[in-house]
Design a protein around this ligand. Structure first.
Ligand code: PLP
Length: 419
């Protein structure tokens, strides 16, 4: 293909994607819409500069401005989460959350050490050592470390910390990880730290999903308790793709060298500046309103879906996400997600606690409110969306009904444009 045609086509596709985001509703809890300022930073000339090494310790010349940027962003990260720079160190170079977690585990643990983390079906994350139920090691974290999992209580679908304690005593891990992609309830970080301490393990709190809610003081902070905190920046924190690692001062050096030269080369300076802009936005008083509204919207959606007969895992949510177990409706997660897409409602299929489906066709769907709340939607819209979800699932084989809902969704979406 001639390069001009390729460029035109790519530009055209970018504009189509912008239109898709504007006219559909993004209900995937790990997605959000960043501001124009964040987009400008990420698209800036900063991406032209190579800057291997941490700020102030670079291997390339010409980095004094990049150093200033990285120092500023690190300070902003500590400030946003009220951290004392004498006690906490921070790294903003990890390109993604999975890489941040790999830097922490490879920095602090010997290869082959035991790691205890939340089971994937109960909301855990791949980068916490996930291997398949048949033992197949499908992640680098499971290949490098011996992974074990703790699970939610089958009745309450919440953690029973007594059972987590018992599991930790059996396993004797060197690190305990909390956090995940689909656990809708508050995690008791104080209790998790006590459990880790009782078996001599580090406690890593991965708050990728909750970062913005913590910054906006709408969800409990792990910082008083955890040894290390990791977060992605693109979810509730509403920044670009990237991650932040916070660690107690005495641990940060090992993690920093695990990241570079251990895992990564030159950092994504444009993303780091974008993260800084997102941190500045999260310092504004209105970000607190945003974080609180994200949760109110998720709760409104969960309550309405429950009224409509859906099994909302754990009976509701304390945060920005909810998980529907569709087994009582006899709809698979895949069928549901595809039908909803035809109605312009973008969700993802997801495993649920004690899932009997296959990972590529699990029994649930995951819904979240960070993106619709950024657009300015409130409880009234969240309830309306729940009604559309129900109507679309009930009429999943009726193309004309799905198209009708899709039109109504777009009409609403256009009233709440993305930034
Ligand atoms: C809890 C948690 N940790 C880590 C990650 C990984 O982030 P990334 O996709 O940036 O590698 C995610 C992403 O969904 C996550 O939810």
């Amino acid at each position: 293909m001639p390069y001009k045609k390729l460029t035109t086509e790519l530009k055209n596709l970018i504009s189509q994607e912008e239109d898709r985001q504007n006219t559909q509703l993004q209900l995937i809890p790990s997605e959000n819409h960043v501001s124009k300022d964040v987009r400008e930073a990420v698209g800036s000339v900063l991406m032209n500069k190579y800057s291997e090494g941490a700020a102030g310790k670079r291997y390339y010349q010409g980095n004094h401005i990049i150093d200033d940027i990285e120092f500023l962003v690190k300070k902003a990260a500590l400030d946003l989460f009220d951290l004392d720079p004498n006690q906490w160190g921070v790294i903003v170079q990890a390109a993604t959350g999975s890489i941040a977690n790999l830097a922490v585990t490879t920095g602090l643990l010997e290869t082959g050490s035991r790691v205890l983390s939340m089971h994937l079906y109960d909301g855990g994350h791949l980068s916490h050592g996930w291997k398949l139920p048949d033992g197949k090691k499908v992640t680098i974290s499971s290949k490098l470390f011996e992974s074990y999992f703790y699970m939610v209580d089958p009745d309450t679908q919440r953690f029973d910390y007594g059972k987590v304690q018992k599991r930790a005593e059996e396993v004797q891990p060197k690190m305990i990880i909390s956090g995940g992609t689909a656990y809708p309830r508050t995690i008791d970080h104080e209790r998790m730290k006590q459990i880790a301490q009782s078996v001599g393990a580090y406690y890593l709190a991965d708050v990728a999903h909750e970062a913005g809610l913590i910054a906006g003081k709408a969800y409990p902070s792990p910082f008083p308790f955890a040894d290390v905190v990791t977060m992605t920046t693109r979810k509730t924190l509403r920044g670009p793709v990237g991650a932040i690692i916070f660690a107690r001062k005495e641990l940060i050096g090992q993690i920093e060298s695990a990241l570079f030269p251990g895992i990564q080369g030159g950092p994504l300076n444009h993303s780091i500046a974008g993260i800084g802009i997102a941190l500045a936005e999260a310092m504004k008083p209105e970000f607190k309103d945003y974080a609180a509204q994200v949760i109110k919207n998720a709760q409104a959606m969960a309550n309405k879906l429950q009224e409509l007969g859906y099994h909302v895992v754990s009976g509701g949510t304390d945060k920005h996400l909810l998980l529907l177990d569709l087994r009582n409706k006899e709809i698979s997660g895949t069928v549901a997600a595809l039908a909803l897409e035809k109605a312009n409602l973008i969700v993802n299929k997801n495993t649920v606690p004690n899932d009997t489906g296959k990972p590529w066709n699990p029994s649930g769907i995951r819904l979240g409110t960070p993106a619709i709340t950024t657009r300015g939607m409130k409880e009234q819209e969240a309830e309306k969306i729940a009604l559309w979800i129900h109507e679309a699932l009930e009429n999943r084989d009726e193309t004309s009904v799905l198209e009708k809902i899709g039109k109504a969704v777009t009409e609403l979406a256009k009233k709440f444009p993305i930034p």
